[in-house]
Design a binder for this molecule. Structure first.
Ligand code: HSE
Length: 436
């Protein structure tokens, strides 16, 4: 028999508790869920205490609530604590104390793992217990354990993922319903996907924290959050999504990390277009998706009470099945952390301009790229080409194009040159296709 506690009875915490107490209606099962958990884990799991400052009077387990953290910290019967409070404080202080008391901790708190993971993992190891965080990335998409325990012999060269359900829902709805960013965000809030304050989601911060955590699991070194280059989706215009659709591309918020033998080449979050050949092309709505090494794919519901609670339960199972030994990764401190810019690599970009004279704009572009094409290296992966796009309802001063085999700095350079000719670059996005 294993006794556990939960810190925070919010969306995820209540899902963890209900995972144990629910019967048919929540998990569509014809038997008590706790029996299934017992059969899977091989031990009966007893939820002994739940910490929350709010009152929860009408639950079948209302008697379990406590308001004083020390009641859990000093309860020697409790061996695993689930932290689902979110935020850094007091979660950090609580988790640290629990690990020092030799209790294993399972968390869904990506901010905590991203900011304090390195230290907490070391404390867990020193105390012979585990600090696990499957639920911190991808909700119901299993990705943390595969990165930790799989790819042992092959190593990991790259991770590319859609790691935020809210933004993926917004971008999917904009494309499907032809609605603006603001309308899609409102819809996400009405349906309960987006938080009341969705800034971390739409600014790309949530995805950046998650790619940092995944990078650390792959690299086994501490990756400072500030090294992630982040661009969110709040300035996305429906016009660009429609141009993308005209050539069968979808716009997604993609988090990427690429490794070289001993350093990170590139770690970033940004909206980009995906061609149909890309494995994340069809990851729509609140789904998350991750592609490892360009060919191993994971997907699942990236947010929501029960998918995320399920990830918490999988960590509890791992701890019990491993006899409470430390099975967490340990991160090396890398004082020489390097993140090379990927600027050296030539890529494919979508660009949209606003210009009174479209012929003049086309000439500026042609002259600029003609000059640069002469000095291109032999490693260019795609045909160097310019394709002009069309869309239904195209305005007279709009010019959208796709250019292959260019550097990001050339796009920025072109923006300056266009500006000098009175032409405004309204948007540009990298285009990703299947990486062969
Ligand atoms: N706000 C997050 C998302 C929740 O939308 O993906 C899961 O981390």
């Amino acid at each position: 028999m294993v006794k556990i506690a939960i810190l925070g009875h919010g969306v995820v915490g209540s899902g963890v508790a209900q995972g144990l107490f629910s019967k048919t209606e929540l998990f569509r099962r014809k038997f008590e869920n706790k029996d299934l958990i017992k059969r899977k884990i091989g031990e009966e799991i007893i939820l002994k205490k739940i910490l929350d400052i709010k009152e929860f009077k009408n639950l079948s387990y209302s008697n379990l609530f406590v308001k004083d953290f020390d009641e859990i910290l000093n309860d020697d019967e409790i061996s695993i604590v689930v932290e689902t409070m979110g935020g850094l404080n007091p979660a950090y202080e609580f988790v640290k104390k629990l690990l020092e008391k030799k209790k294993s901790v399972v968390t869904s708190n990506k901010e905590l793992v991203c900011e304090k993971g390195e230290e907490l993992l070391k404390i867990a190891k020193d105390n012979g217990v585990s600090f696990l965080f499957e639920a911190s990335v991808g909700g119901g998409m299993p990705i943390v354990k595969p990165l930790q325990f799989y790819f042992v012999s092959s190593g990991i060269d790259s991770i590319e993922g859609i790691l935020n359900g809210t933004t993926n829902f917004i971008l999917t709805k904009m494309a499907q319903e032809k609605i603006s960013f603001e309308e899609a965000l409102k819809l996400a809030q009405e349906l309960g996907y987006a938080e009341k304050d969705p800034s971390d989601d739409i600014n790309g911060i949530d995805s950046a924290r998650k790619i940092c955590i995944l990078a650390e699991l792959a690299y086994l070194k501490y990756v400072p959050f500030k090294k992630v280059s982040v661009k969110g989706i709040k300035d996305i215009n429906l016009i660009d999504i429609l141009y993308g659709r005209s050539v069968d591309m979808v716009l997604k918020l993609v988090a990427t990390v690429e490794f070289s033998y001993n350093f990170i080449e590139n770690i970033e979050v940004r909206p980009c277009f995906l061609e149909r050949t890309h494995r994340l092309y069809s990851i729509d709505g609140v789904l998350n998706g991750v592609v490892v090494n360009g060919n191993v794919m994971f997907t699942g519901e990236g947010a929501g009470r029960f998918p995320t609670a399920g990830a918490v339960w999988s960590d509890i199972a791992f701890i019990v099945k491993n006899n409470f030994r430390n099975i967490s990764p340990v991160l090396e401190r890398d004082d020489h952390f390097t993140s090379l810019s990927y600027e050296e690599e030539r890529r494919k970009f979508y660009i949209r301009l606003k210009a009174k004279d479209l012929d003049k704009a086309k000439k500026v572009i042609k002259d600029y790229f003609a000059l640069n094409f002469k000095i291109m290296d032999k490693d260019v992966k795609c045909v160097r080409d310019i394709e002009y796009l069309d869309r239904e309802g195209k305005k007279e001063d709009e010019l959208a194009l796709i250019v292959c085999g260019i550097l990001k700095k050339e796009v920025l350079d072109l923006e300056k040159i266009l500006n000098e000719s009175g032409i405004e670059m309204k948007a540009y996005f990298e285009i990703l296709s299947k990486d062969y």
